[in-house]
Design a protein around this ligand. Sequence first.
Ligand code: SME
Length: 166
Amino acid sequence: MYDFALNPDLPAEERYRELTQMALALTEGEEDPIANMANVAALISECVPKLNWAGFYRATNGKSGPELVLGPFIGRPACIRIEWGAGVCGTAAASGATQRVEDVHAFPGHIACDAASRSELVVPIFKDGAVIGVLDLDSPEPGRFAPQDAAGFEALVDAISDRIAG
Ligand code: SME
């Protein structure tokens, strides 16, 4: 049994350092990327407050070019395929830049999967310089994600990218 808990009173930097250590411990010695993404999504959902969706989209070759396909997540059922460059996730994948969206209704082309989502953080995941997927986090609270959250999740996905690349 795993029993992870994160002290919410720690400063953000420390909190994300701990969360990254937990993700590394949880994926240690396991080579299956789906199992690792599933457990990391569950870990984030359990340890990070005020989220209504946490999970992965994986880069794949679609019929008309690169696209994102739904991976392991915790939350409501979500759209399965996202065109490269479309929505918040596709923008993060195509640009290779983290998208920190304070108000999803103000993001042109935002794809709504859960009507409760008000803000969103999408972090691209790199392996050998190429985007292999994104980590997508939604919150029912507007402006939920601060720059420290973006930096913390960037470090987390960087630490585990080898273990979720498949
Ligand atoms: N909102 C995302 C789509 C994925 S769901 O939030 C799970 C987007 O605009 O790309």
